[in-house]
Design a protein. Sequence first.
Length: 279
Amino acid sequence: MTEGGPSTDLRSFSGLLVLVGAGKMGGALLEGWLRLGLNPKNVAVLEPQPAAELAALAQRGLKLNPDPKTLSDATAVVIAIKPQVAAQAVPALAPLMSPSTVVISIMAGRTLQFLAAALKRPCALIRAMPNTPAAIGRGITVAVPRDATAAQRALADRLLAATGAVEWVDDEALMDAVTAVSGSGPAYVFLLAEALAKAGVAAGLPAPLAAKLARETVAGSGELLHRSPLDAAVLRENVTSPGGTTAAALAVLMGENGLNAQMTRAIAAATARSRELAD
């Protein structure tokens, strides 16, 4: 597994980049690319319900919902649609492809074999899984390539790094667990903040104060974890005084059927669901 460094410049990109789906994740990618200097004239977006921001970008040269037949020989095609509509939507993208095109899919559960069978064109394929902190440039994406040259993989790395860190794996079988841990992971963190606030109210705190304490504690702890070179376990131990209040709480959270056991079951359930989406 290798980590892709963050891209600092997309101004040199001179080909055609096609974004299929500009919802929350596709929109975050587009925003990141433009922030890094990508010329809107080099971008085409296929989105049935375009936001006002897309219409404004069209005034700057971005191609919004052009006829796909006019987009042949795309340099890169990023597929950011819901996996449930992939069987109908992806085959229609075949005219965009050439042997030099790299296709980057961020559809949960949709395999490289699915993409190859749906497109029926020789092209490089990248299956990637980002997560929602991409919206603020703090996401993490894991990607696995198929039939991609070093240059195509490097381009994919630059595009994906526009929203945060990038990790590469060679075994596609890992992607279901990746989806369960980091793809779905932000929801678990938000649930922690939600549960912490509710527990504060149950302990007697006013609801607004409990919500603020929970939000700031989770956000601040996450930032400390991000900046610190220490493992999460060491940071936890640094907060925990023997016989203190934190130790009393952790005895519950780390006991039998506690957080570790619950999280293991949760990740297993999400991993299984990711595999089901491939069927």
